[in-house]
Write a protein that binds this ligand. Sequence first.
Ligand code: NDP
Ligand code: 8X3
Length: 250
Amino acid sequence: MTKTALITGATSGIGEATAYEFAKNGIKLILCGRRAERLNTIQRALKKLTDVHILNFDVRDKASVFKAIETLPNEFKTIDILINNAGNAHGLDPIHTGSIEDWDAMMDINVKGLLYVSKAVIPQMTERQSGHIINIGSSAGKEVYPKGNIYCASKHAVLAITEGMRIDLNPYGIKVGAINPGLVETEFSQVRFKGDKIADSVYKGFKALQAKDVAEVIYFAISRPPHVNIADVLMFCTAQANSTTVKKEL
Ligand code: NDP
Ligand code: 8X3
């Protein structure tokens, strides 16, 4: 039977690449993000491959999250796979000079937004006693790097939430896992550095992971047989050993 996946943060980077990967494999899609025009463009591109519904909301807006998911049309109401991907880093500053607005953004989007979407989707999964949730964490959820403070905290929280979900949803047969990439060349650094040209240098001198590399691993995880759950994946590009060790060509 055709499965339906809801992907947050589907307007760029890892989420968009995952939408393409899933569409290629015939999975029905509910694609979410704030940039409506991009959602429309991706829907137009993918509808040749699968059925696509788009939802335009900010994950920080609790009421919009619930309204969007509760009012899905009948043919998209049953969500088999939830990919909690929406998120970003905002700023790269020492703790004593970091901006409270940046901290709010990271905790509100990466942590609370993920919780709102999950809270809106999980009851139908427990009711049916089936479902699969993948949370996009980060290598920043496994180690803390200089000036990474709050972004790393938000991704450590994503890992703790993932483990909590896996335990609590275990009686219902719901699979839960986290995919944790290192450096991926997306719009991530444009957002982190607010369009500053420093963002262009982040992926220079080495071949970073591409969004498609991560999307392929996400598809691998969701396409395992029913008795197999990929609980936790840490993936780097070959040039990266950990958050602070990257082999660059001079
Ligand atoms: P992008 O900036 O390319 O994509 C981020 C996505 O999140 C966009 O689709 C954006 O959509 C969405 N998003 C951001 N804020 C909100 C919001 N308030 N409400 C709804 N959607 C939102 O970055 P990536 O693809 O790299 O990031 C995706 C995930 O991967 C994030 O969780 C990130 O932390 C994680 N990650 C990224 C790594 C990297 O190096 N790039 C490495 C490890 C993890 P829109 O703006 O349209 O709302
Ligand atoms: C994104 C990877 O190293 O910029 O989560 O934190 S990093």
